[in-house]
Design a protein around this ligand. Structure first.
Ligand code: DAH
Length: 342
């Protein structure tokens, strides 16, 4: 009898000590199993009841139950204490100091090319043009043949053009979009086609193997060179200012006849000649011309009935001019300190 009482006291004391030093819920669970579980120390005392004299069993039973109750209560209290402490430390570690200055969200900046393109698109959309895109990987047929560029033309040289196969290449100009849209046969056409083009050029201040052009095409009945001049003059004035004057110089492009290059009066000096226009007073801005009858035919249109004009502008050239940037490479460095100036 007294042996059992002593044993219970010992179990209770050990359990209390263990509970006391438990640092987490896992440990508490282990202690519960080792004391109160099926094979636990306290349960084993109950199992040994058969050795206790029958008249003593109620008393021993009460001792065991009382000890169990005390241990459980102590465990519950300890669990509550540990949970409280855990919550407190979590609250402390996750506390938000609302007085701290907010973290600055660093957002990017619209690229000068994109600003310039948006501006060009706005001008032409205002004149009723559609904006259309064509593929950057193009057939030789669209990039050259259908634009009246013969097989022996120097532009077709591998020195200048990135070929993928004999028939497939990276487009060297946005002009193939002209052929693609004419072939669809939905008339009249009034479109611009901006996009990336590729040429096998070394990188320097004015060249890059990849740059952007904006193609323009108008096809309808009765379109004349006066429409071309008028349209491009409006474009130049909107882009560079109302006082801008334009000048058309004869030029050659295989897919237009006649062809011209358009210069604008220098928007820095107004045409007097300065460092910006290299003393010329004029700045070359685009190529243009009346669509060649042979091109119309190859694209399924009757040159007796339909005609039109086309033009091609370098997007980087516009961005460099408009924002007075003197090195094209700056446009491709993606240095946010440079980009955020525009
Ligand atoms: N595709 C020409 C180039 O890359 C630019 C050009 C000139 C486009 C005259 C045209 C045009 O549509 O009519 O040099």
């Amino acid at each position: 009898m007294s042996g059992i009482e002593e044993k219970l006291r010992q179990i209770e004391e050990e359990a209390s000590k263990a509970i006391n030093s438990a640092e987490g819920m896992e440990r508490l669970k282990e202690i519960r199993v080792s004391v109160l579980g099926k094979k636990g120390s306290l349960t084993s005392v109950l199992k040994s009841m058969k050795d206790v004299a029958p008249e003593d069993r109620p008393k021993v039973g009460k001792w065991v139950n009382d000890a169990r109750e005390r241990i459980e209560t102590y465990m519950d209290e300890t669990r509550a204490r540990l949970e409280g402490a855990m919550l407190l430390s979590q609250l402390e570690s996750e506390a938000i100091d609302v007085t701290l200055p907010a973290k600055k969200q660093k957002i990017g900046h619209v690229h000068p090319n994109t600003i310039a393109l948006d501006e060009v698109e706005r001008i032409f959309i205002g004149m009723g043009y559609e904006v259309i895109e064509g593929p950057e990987i193009e057939y030789d047929d669209y990039n050259f043949t259908k634009l009246n560029i013969p097989p022996n033309h120097p532009a077709k040289d591998e020195q200048d053009t990135f070929y993928i196969t004999d028939e497939i290449l990276l487009r060297t100009q946005t002009s193939p979009v002209q052929a693609r849209i004419m072939e669809k046969g939905k008339l009249p056409i009034r479109m611009i086609a901006p996009g990336r083009v590729f040429r096998s050029d070394e990188v320097d201040a004015t060249h890059s193997p990849s740059f952007h052009q904006i193609e323009g095409l108008v096809i309808d009945k009765g379109i004349t060179f006066a429409d071309l001049k008028g349209t491009l003059e409006v474009f130049a004035k909107e882009l560079f200012g109302e006082e801008t004057r334009t000048k058309f110089r004869p030029h050659h492009f295989p897919f237009t006849e006649p062809s011209a290059e358009m210069d604008v009066s220098c928007f820095k000096c107004g045409g007097k000649g300065c460092r910006f226009c290299k003393g010329e007073g004029w700045i070359e801005i685009l190529g243009c011309g009346m669509v060649h009858p042979h091109v119309l035919e190859m694209c399924g249109l009757d040159p007796e009935e339909y005609g039109g004009f086309a033009f091609g502008v370098g997007l980087e050239r516009i961005a460099l001019l408009k924002y007075e940037i003197d090195d094209m490479r700056l446009l491709y460095d993606n240095d946010i300190r440079f980009l955020s100036q525009f």
